[in-house]
Ligand binder design. Structure first.
Ligand code: 3HC
Length: 496
């Protein structure tokens, strides 16, 4: 018989828990929200009021509707009030001991038929289930922040989940207006495994001084079209949560890319947890502003590389003396700056020039972004001038070091590679991974759609370049990708 979920309990009313309670209440279910004490309950009430208040302010909700939603949520400090709930979901901190203690209690209190769910980001659902006398009725129900907005729910089943239960929970997610993706119990599931690995990579890049925090955020937003750059997103998720997810991933994989970037530990230890504490990578909620570009004081520019003619023509229209050249030699002698349009590092080119201080790499990404790469020989004046030139041709400049794949591709390709490996491992289908990344993170396209758009060979070659530069085995192209390129296959999604 199919269960009917009408009364649900939500334990923990932090950002996620309050969001989840709101989602259930909006769908017409009766919700009991539980917090540890009256102070935390007050904060939970505040979270509920501010989230629905936001919708009210935007005219998406009337006052009556807000009152109706909040009226469906009862707040309590007693777990005993969950005894007759059809489903209880926890959203307490990501500490296994806390979860085990809570689930032992819930198992004692709730009816045997009650389904117990965890919103854990990465901890083992199996281990949590094993603390109860009903492991077959314990599942993961993983929402995404902000829960009222993001459309994805990962429904996590374990090897002992009762037959049919994951599908019933998926139906419940649909009733909430969400799209469920059903996954097995593996650290990070689909989204966090891919997303947090990428966010951690961005933090490592920042530590290596490849580009600034604002630069990396701007590059990813403009270059890939993600709704938030990695540091703004880390602040939204919470740096403590992100750090804990990385620790769990590292414990399972021992992959050094999953070792949390030291800057995460430092910020967390300092109490800078992101939005929830008021400051993290950014202070407050101010969106990152694009880095300022200097006014170009140069008059003559030599341009070389693919697309040089068009770029030079644009500069010519803007009043510069712009020439193109194929060889980085004498033809550049008289130029104030030399712009090398390139998607690969330009140091070799610079080293061949009579005036290497004048050479700056420029990687045009999409139609909005220009990555401005200065080598160890480039002068600050030349960098500044080329940033200004990028602006003149209508692009936002992001300054970076002259490293393989610069910023956007260096972050994007390993993420795509991880998705290919995930699919190839049999953990999730390409469709499920694409849907999960689009609905869980608001990405404009899933990783497999992105690979098809960019071209399999481009991604494979980019990964080879990254591997050659950093020698990280994780950057070596996934064997499946390599073989598809060798076989001349043009669409990875065509395989599914
Ligand atoms: N709570 C409730 N509603 C919110 C909200 C919040 N914190 N933030 C935004 N919203 C609502 C707004 O009210 C608005 O609703 P409307 O369309 O009905 O008017 C809508 O979301 C869009 O908001 P804004 O126009 O103010 O802002 P943006 O267009 O910039 O969108 C965003 C904000 C939805 C957060 C968008 O930037 C986004 O999709 N970011 C990516 C978020 C993401 O990746 N989340 C997943 C993180 S991973 C995770 O949670 C898993 C965990 O285990 C770590």
């Amino acid at each position: 018989m199919t269960r009917s979920f009408e009364k649900v309990g939500v334990v923990g009313l932090g950002t996620m828990g309050a969001g989840i309670a709101e989602v259930f209440a909006r769908a017409g279910l009766t919700v009991v929200g539980v917090e540890a004490d009256h102070e935390a309950l007050g904060r939970g009430r505040g979270n509920l009021e501010s989230s629905t208040g936001r919708a009210l302010a935007k005219g998406r909700l009337s006052e009556a509707e807000q009152a109706e939603i909040l009226g469906r949520i009862t707040l309590t400090t007693s777990l005993e009030d969950l005894a007759d709930a059809d489903l209880v979901i926890e959203a307490i901190p990501e500490i296994m001991d806390f979860k085990r203690t809570l689930f032992t209690e819930l198992d004692r209190i709730c009816e045997p038929s009650t389904v117990l769910a965890t919103n854990t980001s990465s901890l083992s659902v199996t281990e949590i289930a094993a603390t109860t006398g009903r492991p077959g009725r314990v599942v993961g129900m993983h929402f995404f922040n902000p829960a009222p907005v993001m459309k994805l729910v990962e429904v996590v089943h374990t090897v002992v989940t009762e037959d049919g239960l994951a599908e019933e929970v998926a139906d419940l997610a649909r009733r909430l207006g969400k799209t469920p993706v059903s996954v097995g119990d593996r650290a990070g599931f689909v989204v966090n495994r891919l997303l947090l690995t990428y966010l951690n990579h961005a933090a490592v890049m920042l530590e290596n001084g490849l580009a600034t925090r604002e630069g990396i955020d701007t590059a990813m937003k403009l270059g890939v079209g993600v709704p938030m750059g990695p540091f703004a997103l880390l602040d939204l998720i919470g740096l403590d949560t992100s750090y804990e997810v990385m620790c769990v991933l590292f414990q399972e994989t021992r992959d050094r890319r999953h070792a949390p970037a030291p800057i995460l530990r430092e910020l967390v230890t300092a109490g800078l947890l992101g939005r929830k504490s008021g400051a993290g990578f950014y202070n407050g909620e101010a969106p990152p502003t694009p880095p300022a570009a200097g006014k170009p004081t140069v008059t003559s520019v030599a341009v070389l590389g693919e697309g040089a003619e068009e770029f030079a023509a644009r500069l010519g229209d803007a009043g510069f003396k712009a020439t193109t050249t194929q060889a980085a030699t004498d033809a550049t002698e008289d130029a104030d700056v030399v712009v090398a349009l390139s998607h690969t590092p330009v140091i070799e080119l610079a080293a061949r020039l009579p005036h290497p201080r004048r050479l700056v790499g420029l990687h045009l990404v999409g139609d909005k972004l220009a990555e401005v790469a200065s080598t160890v020989l480039t002068s600050p004046e030349a960098t500044c001038a080329v940033e200004g030139l990028a602006k003149i041709v209508g692009r936002v400049p992001v300054h970076c070091k002259d490293r393989a794949e610069f910023v956007v591709d260096a972050l994007l390709y390993p993420y795509l590679n991880d998705a290919v490996r995930m699919h190839d491992s049999g953990y999730a289908t390409m469709d499920d991974i694409d849907v999960a990344m689009k609905l869980g993170c608001g990405y404009p396209a899933g990783p497999f759609e992105t690979i098809d758009t960019l071209g399999l060979e481009t991604v494979r070659d980019g990964l080879r370049a990254l591997y050659a530069e950093y020698r990280d085995p994780a950057f070596a192209p996934a064997p499946l990708l390599d073989q598809l390129v060798t076989a001349g296959v043009r669409s990875i999604r065509g395989l599914s």
